[in-house]
Design a protein. Structure first.
Length: 279
């Protein structure tokens, strides 16, 4: 049985794994991501891969997900959370390891994981949503990526007589801004949902606005793409016991589910993409 090499390159860590056709991880290495230096960033990816040993020489393909905008050929325009830009990652990996190499956005990698390996793989289509510092999105149908924008978080929405990008009000960081616009100061989304859980009157008012904005956004995406389900993950979902039932009601008739693969969605999704491209 052959192997592919999967990469999950984040703002904190760079992970490399050898994955077989059954999506069993046969080896994994993790190193802190190098920030602010493009050449050192690339060299660190190379070293992380080399730590996997001689099996790297036999992989069918290399694929990875990154938290930024990616061109069709694996050229990354910018990784804001890493502090580097204009990075030809796929070209670099192909040159260093002599293998077909592919780079996609991390949300695209994650939706491939959920669509091919997770609990929702039997559904015809999935729209993956990550709600953390910002909002990322990607769409898969029949286990394959569709050519749809993963920048859905930048959709313009009206609020209090102004237009805002969706993630500017509804992401983890956005919740702080949404609260401030209503005279409520919170340090984090976690703190906000603690106030909601404690029935703070002002927090409850902001919460209702957040649910309404999110509900309209989901209905817009549902009208545009009609996925079988939306699958959610990200830091904000750590408070899902407070809001998820309400969010499901606000988003109706859209179907909302929780990410099944957790932190492994991006890595296994990269493996799925590598296998798809290798075949």
């Amino acid at each position: 049985m052959g192997l592919v090499l999967a990469l999950d390159i984040g703002g904190t860590n760079t992970r490399a794994a050898l994955v077989d056709e059954n999506y069993d991880i046969k080896g994994i290495e993790i190193r802190p991501t190098i920030r602010g230096d493009r050449e050192a960033f690339l060299e660190n990816i190379k070293k992380t891969i080399e730590m996997l040993g001689d099996d790297v020489k036999d992989v069918k393909a290399i694929a990875g997900g990154v938290p930024g905008r990616v061109r069709y050929d694996g050229y990354v325009y910018a990784l804001p959370n890493v502090g580097v830009s204009e990075i030809p990652i796929a070209e670099y990996l192909a040159k260093e390891f002599g293998k077909p190499s592919y780079i996609i956005n991390d949300a695209e990698a994650a939706v491939l994981g959920e669509a091919n390996i997770g609990s929702w793989k039997e559904l015809p289509s999935l729209f993956f949503i990550t709600v953390s510092t910002g909002v990322g999105a990607a769409l898969a149908r029949n286990g394959k990526l569709l050519s749809s924008s993963y920048e859905a978080g930048h959709t313009l929405i009206p609020y209090q007589g102004r237009l805002y990008e969706f993630e500017r009000l509804c992401s983890g960081e956005g919740l702080k801004r949404l609260s401030a616009l209503n005279g409520l100061s919170v340090e984090s989304a976690k703190d906000f949902f603690a106030l909601v859980s404690g029935k703070n009157p002002l927090a409850l008012k902001v919460y209702e606005d957040w649910l309404e904005l999110f509900g309209k956004w989901f209905r817009m995406l549902n009208d545009s793409f009609a996925p079988s389900a939306f699958v959610l993950t990200g830091g904000v979902m750590k408070s899902e016991n407070v809001f998820f039932a309400d969010l499901r009601k606000a988003a109706a008739p859209s179907r909302l589910e929780k990410c099944a693969l957790g932190q492994e969605a991006g890595l296994l999704g990269a493996a799925a993409y590598a296998w798809q491209m290798a075949k």
